[in-house]
Ligand binder design. Sequence first.
Ligand code: AMP
Length: 412
Amino acid sequence: MITKPKGCYDVTGQDAQIYKKIEQVVHAYMNVYNYKYVRTPLFENAELFKRGVGESSDIVQKETYDFIDRSGRTMTLRPEGTAGIVRNYIEDKLYGGLISPVKEYYFGTMYRYERPGLGRNREFTQFGVETLGSDDPLIDAEVISLSVNILKELGLDVNVKINNLGSKDDRDNYKTALVEYLKPHLSELCEDCQKRILINPLRILDCKIDGDKDILKSAPNILDYQSEESKSRFKKVLEYLDYLDINYEIDSSLVRGLDYYDYMVYELSYNDSLALGGGGRYNHLVKELDGPQTPCVGFACGVERIINLLKEDYNETNTIDVYVMAVNEEEKLKANILLQDLRLNGITSETNFLDRGLKSQFKDADRHGAKHLVILNSDDLAKGLINVKDNLTKEEVKVPEDEIIDYILGVL
Ligand code: AMP
């Protein structure tokens, strides 16, 4: 037997129902917030993620799925959605359009070679937005509130942790101070952090191993290293969130895993769950990928982690509107036509495809959770009538054949 690859999951049954529900809510919210749906390739030139996500990020260092195609090019299965959207923004010169900022969203599969565990898959789904071309804190607040509201609609009242990484200069000053502070304690840090201190010392702050150690608790605070401009931007974002009644907690150790963020970063979680999503501002990525200087902000949320939470108390039962019963050939011919009519009128309907007798069809209708039974019968059909039974009250009526759709629509 061939089994699924490690870290991958079949989305079936109840999970698939929840997945579909999440998709519906996401599309509906993106529509009213006026974000445009986009799809970019599942794989890109490896270079894009090296330069986009960042050579020093955990993702590029040890989590990408890379392969060499038949022409010898090195490709990477996308580990996140931002780099592809930014690549497309530059390649298609979307910065030259009449509408600015460009507001786009995606819903798709991502790949990271992580150690699989609860909430950590190798193939997983993210939805997210990117806004390209605005530096206004108003749009930071829109992005945060959009993500919070989608999760709220799904039944998850999430906690928002937010931090200010400041401008590049602020961060450089802070990094110098942090490295100075940590150098004498190097041997107390984990192996990864000993490397991080050289390539990306900020990441030490949210290291799963070292993060809670006292040395880090008394480390310099990034919020003390910000220019007036950075501080006032952040204040503005928080003020807008206050007006939207979005609760947040400022967490100065929040840095996020991708290298491209500056200024505001945030993360969403539910109770003490693993992060469900997060995002932030990235004002230099477009330029670093050879586009014009373009301020951007976005978020990404993980669908599987949301499913894991929602399925705890998900109990939607299977139902259909109508089950059509037919036994002989004449009845089956009528069923064939009637089913199409019902379905084209938006009525979810099913029939029996196993050539079973009536008794078995009644059972099958119950298994499908049919609300109404349409019991075709040659004698009634000869009189132009169709027998309809309410499967709950068990009441039966004979309806003229040409009124059947209106009748069903009326009782649903
Ligand atoms: P990131 O792109 O790392 O900021 O992740 C954004 C969100 O995607 C996280 O908060 C998770 O919900 C989800 N996510 C990231 N990596 C994984 C993974 N390996 N498996 C499942 N979900 C993930």
